[in-house]
Design a binder for this molecule. Structure first.
Ligand SMILES: Cc1cc2nc3c(=O)[nH]c(=O)nc-3n(C[C@H](O)[C@H](O)[C@H](O)COP(=O)(O)O)c2cc1C
Length: 355
């Protein structure tokens, strides 16, 4: 793969190809990260839905299976104060569905939600020594961030606007992930709150490149070699690809999610807050059509996930993804049931055929 003209940043990271496998909580663990690392890309492990012991185990498994740089990814949100009135209104909106599935509303527990980066997670970073630690939803507080920096890890975070990129650069991140509106999964937005003003990758990347002095990683809608070439032409140092890996055998994407990605419905995505409380892009399904896709009733992130979880489980038991977060970006054309290493190779071969 020596024919690939890597950015100096990608070279410094020890990458053979300028591809970063996007962390995808709920759809992957160590197997996907190890597979892309074997192909010279940067592997990522998402921590948001993993207990610390599981994150440690997955990281050690990746280290045993593959060499090269690894990214541990965390959500940097501040958990909200519980709001019983909002929770009750949300459950009332979901009541007809609970009745349809014969679920007892009173028996539905608060969901575990997503884990924020905290002292325990920071301790894991100190012990596991990933080459990169990336954050979504801003950055953790200064003391935790300093501890991460002292491990020698590169610190990355997501920007969805130029203002967010500037704010991250001012806090000393080593690279900014410019996440265009096309991207699957949660918007990393932390200054802006209005999903309607989010910027597409083609517009966001060059403006972020012009605004900050740190390397920029382009994310959102990059699904084939032309997308890689376009992002690099816009000034990105590397690209971060998520959706294109969702059908790989190494991903843990659920059966209903895989079926949706393979169907015509997979072409139609929207930003929704129904599954977690924050805007995220997923394939439009029944609950998004009927209650959203955005709803003022959904409790604050990550509390919305609790009340919808039993509906998701009940529907999935019937083989339906009507209440599941079917995260996907606007470009599902790169999704194939092929080994992740093959997806990586094809992403670069189309740009540099001699590689
Ligand atoms: C299924 C799925 C789960 C995701 N989970 C995370 C996550 O846990 N952490 C994170 O920083 N980004 C997450 N993202 C967003 C990705 O980091 C990235 O921005 C996005 O995948 C890029 O756009 P693409 O999906 O069009 O390739 C997720 C994306 C998808 C598709």
């Amino acid at each position: 793969m020596s024919a690939i003209p890597l950015s100096s940043y990608a070279r410094r990271l020890g990458l053979a190809v300028p591809i970063i496998q996007a962390p995808m909580a709920g759809s992957q663990a160590g197997a996907l990260a190890a597979a892309v690392m074997g192909a010279g890309a940067l592997g990522s492990l998402p921590a948001a839905l993993l207990a610390p012991a599981a994150l440690r185990e997955e990281t050690l498994a990746v280290r045993a299976a593959a060499r090269g740089p690894l990214n541990l990814n965390f959500f940097a949100h501040r958990p909200p104060a519980p709001d019983p009135a909002r929770e009750a209104a949300w459950r009332a909106a979901l009541r007809p569905y609970y009745e349809e599935f014969g679920l007892d509303v009173a028996a539905i527990p608060e969901g575990p939600g997503r884990r924020p980066f905290d002292d325990e997670a920071c301790g894991l970073v100190e012990a596991l020594r990933p080459e990169v630690v990336s954050f979504h939803f801003g950055l953790p507080d200064r003391a935790l961030l300093e501890r991460v920096r002292r491990t020698g890890a590169q610190v990355w975070s997501t920007a969805t606007t130029v203002a967010e990129a500037r704010a991250l650069a001012a806090q000393g991140v080593d690279a900014v992930i410019a996440q265009g509106a096309e991207a699957g999964g949660h918007r990393g937005m932390f200054l802006d709150e209005d999903p309607a003003t989010q910027v597409g990758t083609m517009a966001l990347v060059p403006q972020v490149v012009a605004a900050v002095d740190v390397p920029v990683i382009a994310a959102g809608g990059i699904a084939d070699a032309r997308g890689v070439a376009a992002a690099l032409a816009l000034g990105a140092a590397a690209v971060q690809v998520g959706t294109a890996f969702l059908l790989c055998p190494e991903a843990t994407t659920s059966a209903v999610h895989r079926a949706a990605l393979k169907s015509d419905a997979g072409q139609v995505t929207a930003l929704t807050n129904l599954f977690s409380g924050r805007p995220a892009r997923g394939i439009v399904n029944r609950v998004m059509r009927e209650l959203g896709p955005m709803s003022a009733l959904a409790p604050a992130f990550p509390l919305a996930s609790g009340a919808i979880a039993p509906l998701r489980a009940a529907a999935e038991k019937q083989g339906r993804g009507d209440f599941s977060p079917l995260w996907a970006g606007q470009n599902v054309s790169g999704c194939r049931e092929a080994p992740a290493a093959q997806i990586v190779a094809e992403l670069v071969r189309g740009v540099w055929p001699q590689a």
